[in-house]
Write a protein that binds this ligand. Sequence first.
Ligand code: HSE
Length: 326
Amino acid sequence: MRRVRIALLGCGTVGGGFVRLLSRERDRLRERYGVDAEISQILVRNLSKERPGVPRELLTDSPLKALDGDCDVVVEVIGGTHSAGAYIRRALLSGRDVVTANKAHLAERGRELFDAAAERGLFIGFEASVCGAVPIIRMLQHALAGDSVESLIGIVNGTCNFILTRMEEGMEFDQALRSAQQCGLAEADPTLDIDGIDAEQKLRILAELAFAAPVRRVTTRGIRHVVLKRGSVLRLVAEAYRVPGGVELRVEPRELPPDHPLAAVRDEENAVIIRGRAMGEVMIRGKGAGSLPTASAVLSDVVEIARLRPPLGHAKAAADAAALLK
Ligand code: HSE
């Protein structure tokens, strides 16, 4: 049995979903994968907030206590770039593998983090950072390794897709946005969603995996000012393709023909169509945002880390490295 002790940083939509999902799936993970995953600490800002189903004794508001405590893996689901970035770096410096859903930080500082992890033989799982439950990261990293990607096009923001689908049904923009927030889809600052920034961050991550080439040009437009024509299908489309010397990225609302595969993608669903030189087109689709769907991607990374690590050895190595930092 491989035991993994997890320091969970953040207990909001994704973190709370992760606690619930792990308690539901823990026995299956033991039996199916021989992985015993357990949360050892949960870092929160407000200790007195009600969190149904979250064991109170695991909560701490001390980042150092959470990060330097007895854990093998640090799961960062706080979001934002400032403290989250510092916590990820500290986790890597103290020899812990990291799982993060933080597309903003990865889009900005990903290369530096991956270099730091590689130097120490550590793993950064980031499946949850793009397209929620849809395993697009693994698909690009592993399943499609045998082909050269020529282009990718998709819907990578669940909030915008949810809003546009509601607007198709006659709802006003503001009401649809409120509804997306109530469903736990939107970012803490929803302007990141509606102005296309969240989609651009995700597209940067996908493009790096797909092309590993310099980004030459980026165009980003959101859905704040869209006007929907009756009967038309509008989607916030993210596209990356090769241009001389690198890749070009575009995020913009586009009217799609009703028979376009992305026109059928509704609500908080995401989908990505990848075109490869040998394989032609491959499409992947599923829930791109929300508590449990995103938590499922986080948990899959935790399981992957546990399966990479020798039983028992890693927790001790992490504790030794952490002791050196004190
Ligand atoms: N706000 C994001 C979205 C959450 O709506 O897609 C998932 O990354």
